[in-house]
Design a protein around this ligand. Structure first.
Ligand SMILES: NCc1[nH]cc(CCC(=O)O)c1CC(=O)O
Length: 304
């Protein structure tokens, strides 16, 4: 009988993340392989493959069935890409641990150019992310952005076939999957501010499950948890739909939390920016106030 059941989506990245969590729990608590079972759960987001997620309802589509399994006690914990988590968790669930954050940057993939700047005038870029689309139009208004979904292999094939000249993926996912060699270049965060919580794996459990919470506390990475708290408070304050291009990134530098947040219009013409600095204890408040500021400033142009 397994002592712990981990719920996860079945994609290669999700399985990698669940196995990473399993290894860390084994190392922290001396569990054997049989003690921890990985339970694959198919979500609505996995079933719908043909439409951009932002059209269907976006965030939450990858979490609903998994959270139902937590409530039903079919699993003890659930492993998520924090970037895909809605700003607020359902009542009764909690994010009990964050794993050490991977590279937060976006990766640029292109057979014809080394960087965004080097793309030929009018080049076609494949991306379904409203954030990346808006950021790109802001720096290169000449580029044409087309919808692009699918896994890494599908996207690389589309690049090969000339459907688009470039695409973007989170560096974290590529690195975790051992596909870092597919990256043409990494986009600096001051060129493209990453999505809130990009590169972060979070582990969710029931708030009243003290046993699992204690096991997870041992593998929590505090600096990553603080940064994500700040970024997600920004997201929650803006209450953005997934049609709202938002970006936010916090780092802890010498004990100081430094946060940058952006909200853009879809066409990239307007970008409302905010920065905050403060102590880790204030991380969530800083993110929230940054979000409130951007909402007040950009509210007439951006539909949050
Ligand atoms: N929205 C899809 C998604 N959710 C998490 C990752 C992997 C990277 C991460 O954990 O931030 C990706 C792929 C991507 O945006 O390229």
């Amino acid at each position: 009988m397994p002592k712990l059941k981990i719920g996860t989506r079945g994609s290669p990245l999700a399985l990698y993340q669940a196995n990473e969590t399993k290894s860390r729990l084994k190392a922290a608590h001396g569990f054997s392989d049989e003690d921890i079972e990985i339970v694959v759960i198919t979500t609505t987001g996995d079933r719908i493959r043909d439409r951009p997620l932002s059209e269907i309802g976006g965030k939450g589509l990858f979490t609903k069935e998994i959270e139902e399994a937590l409530f039903a006690r079919e699993i003890h914990l659930a492993v998520h890409s924090m970037k895909d988590m809605p700003a607020r968790l359902p009542e009764g669930l909690t994010m009990a641990a964050l794993l050490p954050r991977e590279d937060v940057r976006d990766a640029f993939l292109s057979p014809v150019a080394k960087t965004i700047d080097e793309l030929p005038k009018g080049a076609v870029v494949g991306s379904s992310s409203v954030r990346r689309g808006a950021q790109l139009k802001r720096i290169r208004p000449d580029l044409e952005v087309i919808q692009f979904r699918g896994n890494v292999e599908t996207r690389l094939k589309k690049l090969d076939e000339g459907v688009a000249q470039a695409t973007f993926l989170a560096a974290a996912g590529l690195k975790r999957l051992g596909l870092a060699d597919k990256i043409t270049s990494l986009v600096p965060t001051d060129v493209m501010l990453p999505a809130v919580a990009q590169g972060c794996i979070g582990i969710e459990t029931r708030a009243d499950d003290g046993t699992t919470r204690k096991l997870l506390a041992a593998i929590n990475h505090e600096a990553s948890a603080i940064a994500v708290d700040c970024e997600r408070a920004f997201l929650a304050a803006l209450d953005g739909s997934c049609r709202t291009p938002l970006a936010g990134h916090a780092v802890i530098d010498n004990g100081v939390v430094k946060f940058r947040g952006h909200a853009l219009t879809l066409d990239g013409v307007h970008c409302f920016e905010t920065t905050r600095e403060g102590s880790p204890a204030d991380a969530a408040r800083m993110g929230r106030e940054a979000g409130e500021q951007v909402k007040a400033e950009g509210g007439s142009l951006i539909a949050f």
